[in-house]
Design a protein around this ligand. Sequence first.
Ligand code: NOJ
Length: 811
Amino acid sequence: MTILEKVNLTTGTGWGSGPCVGNTGSVPRLNIPSLCLQDGPNGIRFTDFITNFPSGLATGSTFNKHLMYTRGRAIGLEAKLKGVDILLGPTIGPIGYKAQGGRNWESFGFDPYLQGIAGACTVQGIQSQGVVAAARQFIGNEQERFRQVNEWTGGDWDRLSESINSVIKDRVMHEIYLWPWADVVHAGVGGVMCSYNRVNGTYACENSYLLNYLLKEELGFQGFVVSDWGAQHTGVDSALSGLDMTMPGEIFGDWCSGKSYWGPLLTRAVYNETIPQSRLNDMVSRILASFFSIDSKLPNSDYEEDLPNFSSWTFHTYDQEFPFQSYGPIKQTNYHVDLRDDSTEWTALEVAREAIVLLKNDGHNLPISEKDGIRRLLIAGAAAGPDSKGFNSKDQKSVGGALFQGWGSASVNAPYGITPYEAIVQKARERDMVIDFTSDQYDLDHVDDIAEYADMAVVFAVASSGEGYIEVDGNFGDRKNLSLWQNSEELIDHIASRCHKTVVVITATGPVDLEPFIDNENVVAVLLSAPLGQYFGKAIAEVLFGEVNPSGRLPFTIARKWDQYVPIIDKIPIKGKPTDDLNRLLDYRFFDENGIRPRFEFGYGLSYTKFSLSDLSIKEILPPTTDLPYPPPYLDEYVFAEEKLRDVEDALFPFKEFSPVPGFVYPYLFNEKIYSVDEYEYPEGYTEEECYQEPISGGGLGGNDALWNTLYSVHAEVTNIGDVEGAYVGELYIDYPSGYDGIKTPRQLRGFDKVHLKPGESGKLEFEILRRDISVWDTEDQSWVIIPGTYKLYVGSSSRRLELAGEVEIL
Ligand code: NOJ
């Protein structure tokens, strides 16, 4: 390939310059198409006739690995059939350091182990369909506010001179933030998206330590790093620091301008040898190797039929080729291909069912039954019905009705949304109940009246959030507080003071404040879930009426006091560079270590049946050793022949052949000035020599292969001792001996398994403890070590309900 052809694959063609949210240039000579990069983690963004899957956070709440994989596969299938090459998902960062974090609903839960397993299962599912997954956002993107300069203007925002800086110390980086990335790399993820924020002072997309060392060297990542949209801040530095693809091509905020840090400038930097050709070759090999090993489009095959059959920029069937730029001929832009089938529908529904968490069920008032004298049912809350703006306001920023998803790039155009009102009414009528309904959140006199007559009231409430480029009622992506929205607390209070059997159903993008009503004895039951997608209403109605037994578990802790959570940084310091310290213990680790009793702990969730646990057995599979074995030496690097740089003239824009499309980013030079390498100031410490040592902790996909060895297998027996069928999630936690550096490793989740059991039936919970699960990061040796001592193993139904205990002694 020529330099121009290679550069073309590394640089997006520009916002709106192609059908997808990101489009690389193509290499027609070799039949390599423009690659289509499309959001997202919960389904395919900006198109129609697709499935609105339950959110990542809902998927995490199922604690069901099979469903995690199946959902990934279903999303991958839809992506494939729409012509997507690279799917921008799953989201495995944020990790949930901040309860109010806007994008927590996209990822799987506030724990690296849960996040890692769910991320890996999703990657395997997506890629099984021949679509490359690009896991996002690497790394430390824990809040939306201040993620980018110029995202908002006016007031304090004008003083923001650099994106927020996430400070993460070495041990925390390895044991918490990097942990799930090791899982997805191990699972063979093809792409990784670097984030907007800075990490330890340097932008994530030009942070050589993060990209070149941690990701590519230590975790052995073989794929490509793509920038978040406009997260690139330099040309040469980012290339040398490990960025392989820039998206959407232009500089942040200068959309549709055609101005890029790469494109022509990357060509120039290679021509004047500021960037070695070997780096460009590396970028392109990483992109093409991922694409050809995962995608089924092969060079020289007829890829035409696999091209994207939709446009992200218009819903019209026919439109201009570049509607954003008002340019190009009118052509068919959307083919409205309907690719939903029984398997995608089933997956969306099944994940929604298993994601619902029953928090309270005093007096067993749920499931709703006419046998308990429930004949007059009140459904209350705007969140029970459709939003007056419909299901598909731009990027789902309206939150006036039932909440199917959060807002931003992870939202999709829902094909429909089954509201709770619709689904409950159907079931209630089948049971000869009468139903009343109010969506009034403010006229509480009226609500008081109708609540008096209800045998049971079901009140729906929400709290939403999303990506930082959208503001909803003062919530700039992140939630400004943890309260329920739209006066819901008052509404619940009024209804519960009139109706002695009030059930509260909450959809939220993260933890919410339950204190105003959780102890109210008339609030007999509370259900909570993360956004459940198109089947929200159906799934919740099935749970309310007992057709489905709830089996979701909390993927985060619900505190009693707000100030027990880490706040969003919302002030900009004098120099305009906010800093965020991500070193406090994450979620339940903080509550456990500080002896703080949460309202509901991580992993908690009730059922309509009861289970008993017994017979914990721990079997050693491989004897543990303190230190990791050295990985085998690297294979010899394949060195590509360097192209003899031809005349600069060859790289000039071929104006004679065609005219540039406005705003399109090309690889061609616009003039012959290429400057000289001496004019470039390299970052401090930069050398052309390879100066790294092969890390002991590296050597395989996701790190040293030995980290993935199973050291112990753990089993326990679980029996359904209740009257109805149900599913039990067994959670395995480990207590570690005190570390060599005196820093105690907090108790943490290291396994989960879900079994479905009929009444009286028993089943086996199975866990595998890998070497990495009992290792801690040794900052001095820069390696994973196993500390000798006693490891306590617990199996239970939450992070605090640890029914069975055992231990292993490591000498
Ligand atoms: C910005 C978001 O942070 C990222 O996750 C997304 O993939 C891109 N926009 C493209 O929509």
